[in-house]
Design a protein around this ligand. Structure first.
Ligand SMILES: N[C@@H](CCC(=O)NCCCC(=O)O)C(=O)O
Length: 251
């Protein structure tokens, strides 16, 4: 059997005087070293990507975080400046891939922006600038140059009993990082809330009636794969689901 392949939708980014399709290395490293799979990046195209053609050729879908936000029009909201920055190519690539992966039973792990895309893809909505809500904790990325500090583990979330995530990480408290301004507002009907922060922010979901592993987390387990137990365990579980799916394709 070939080494399983996981598709990772890229961002459309501008820097160094050019435009690029890219995924931060931490996601690729976590897929390769944490899940034991190969990673293939999918360009962030507003048109031209065929979700089924991609999913025919891979064994899992890893939807990464990003500084950009899902365009509000995709969940019935009129965009305002604070909803940006936007990445229409990423939206147009990720959301169809998420929907088709779930329909086809392709394993899915969605992280940060990814859990927000999962929610929107299934009909949910997002809240912006959640740190402005009275009583909310500040979930934003710390404004520091050192990524180890920015991705530092600094938040307690509680995994609910009897959930998919509890079967992987155990129920109860787990310490995670936090780098987001938005969060799930109305959870899509097909999503089960699996973990919440102490201020009530939804921190993890799974897809009800999913054929295989289909989990979204608002934190960033990819960054500490290899050194943080829950991060490593989550990516190992995703890798196991990907290998099991690949084996079914091998016949
Ligand atoms: N843009 C969304 C999702 C946040 C996210 O994916 N953060 C990871 C990248 C952090 C960075 O590089 O700035 C939100 O803000 O909620």
């Amino acid at each position: 059997m070939h080494k399983p392949i996981v598709a990772i939708p890229a961002d459309f980014r501008e820097f160094d005087g050019n435009v690029w399709h890219g995924v931060p290395h931490q996601y690729v490293r976590a897929a390769v070293e944490g899940s034991g799979v190969m990673a293939f990046l999918v360009p962030a195209l507003e048109s031209g990507n065929d979700a089924d053609a991609i999913l025919d050729r891979v064994d899992g879908l890893l939807v990464s975080g990003s500084r950009s936000n899902v365009h509000p029009s995709l969940y019935g909201k009129v965009a305002v400046d604070s909803d940006g920055p936007f990445d229409p190519g990423r939206d147009a690539t990720s959301l169809p891939l998420i929907r088709r992966a779930l329909e086809r039973g392709v394993p899915l792990l969605a992280i940060c922006r990814g859990i927000q895309e999962l929610n929107v893809a299934l009909g949910g909505t997002l809240a912006s600038e959640i740190h402005d809500v009275p009583g909310n904790w500040d979930h934003r990325k710390p404004d520091v140059p050192d990524l180890d500090i920015a991705y530092g583990i600094r938040q307690n979330v509680v995994i609910r009993e009897g959930t998919c995530l509890a079967s992987v990480l155990g129920a109860g408290s787990v310490q995670v990082n936090s780098l987001h301004r938005q969060a799930i507002s109305r959870a899509a009907p097909r999503l089960a809330v699996e973990a919440v922060a102490e201020d009530g922010t939804i921190e993890a979901v799974s897809v009800i009636d999913a054929k295989v592993f289909a989990v979204g987390v608002q934190w960033h387990p990819e960054y500490w794969v290899g050194t943080d137990g829950p991060s490593s365990t989550l990516f190992a579980a995703f890798g196991d689901a990907v290998r099991a799916y690949a084996a079914t394709k091998a016949g």
